[in-house]
Design a protein around this ligand. Sequence first.
Ligand SMILES: C[S@@+](CC[C@H](N)C(=O)[O-])C[C@H]1O[C@@H](n2cnc3c(N)ncnc32)[C@H](O)[C@@H]1O
Length: 306
Amino acid sequence: MNHVTVLLHEAVDGLNVRTDGLYYDGTLGFGGHSEEILKRGGRLIAADRDRVAIDASRERLAQYGDRVTFVQANFGDITQTLKTLGVEKLDGVLCDFGVSSPQLDVAERGFSYMASAPLDMRMNADDTLTAYDVVNKWSEAEIKRILYEYGEERYAPRIAWEITKRRANRPLETTDELVDAIRAAMLGKALREKQHPAKRTFQAVRMAVNNEIAEIMSLLDALPDVLNTGGRASLITFHSGEDAPVKAKLRSFADGCTCPPGFPKCVCGFVPTMRVITKKPIVPSDEEIEQNPRARSAKLRIAERI
Ligand SMILES: C[S@@+](CC[C@H](N)C(=O)[O-])C[C@H]1O[C@@H](n2cnc3c(N)ncnc32)[C@H](O)[C@@H]1O
């Protein structure tokens, strides 16, 4: 299993790792960012909701001994995780959102439109909601909504309609059957585009199954409370559905004043809690994109607790 870590140095540089610091990687995956943090010093809480990722990284990071604590947990539950571990504050939080290459590569997990598998897409195999449930049990309107919101899929109404028409005869059981329905709903022009016609729908269903936006919002809301003054957050997103809430929330921590423009002084009582370090997001170099095309859409935003 292999996952090429995106924006490895840029994201860890953003944390300003100190040897006496305590850091939290909320998306451990296959341990690339975590290992870089540990190489630079400090202690690390390494979390992932996927047991497979934890097991693989436990092996990779074994040499760091008790400087690293592994937890199978959602990053949206960061406050609860810290409470359980008896930790009050952190010096840095890193999250590299989305799905890992090994999750996509294991066909049976149902994340990939390139391989035939049951409709699953759960990052944590103990969760109950699956892609089968979303595709076969959610209403046409709900499916349309997630395709628009999470996939920015312009064919959302046609795809939602085609899915509901097909499942009226027999449930859609596999990734292949979903891909077939998507293809049937699209016009020839869209089928000839460079991007696979199922890419946006699969992303949207995966995000619904794993409640990904709510997880991101919950993590972002917790940042000012969990970070020490001077503590940093490095957040990597892969599409605008992830990046827009990150950008807006960080900005609201830095400048959430609600006074009408032109007021001589602030009277709304807003107190900034974070400073945005990256006025523009950091993106991968051409060289990184050439070596790892998956990095193409990545954006890194860094903020500091003040
Ligand atoms: C892009 S990969 C991270 C790769 C990692 N940075 C590396 O270098 O190997 C994203 C990981 O985040 C995990 N993940 C996604 N959403 C999560 C959540 N809400 N809570 C915890 N882990 C999550 C996935 O299971 C996956 O392993």
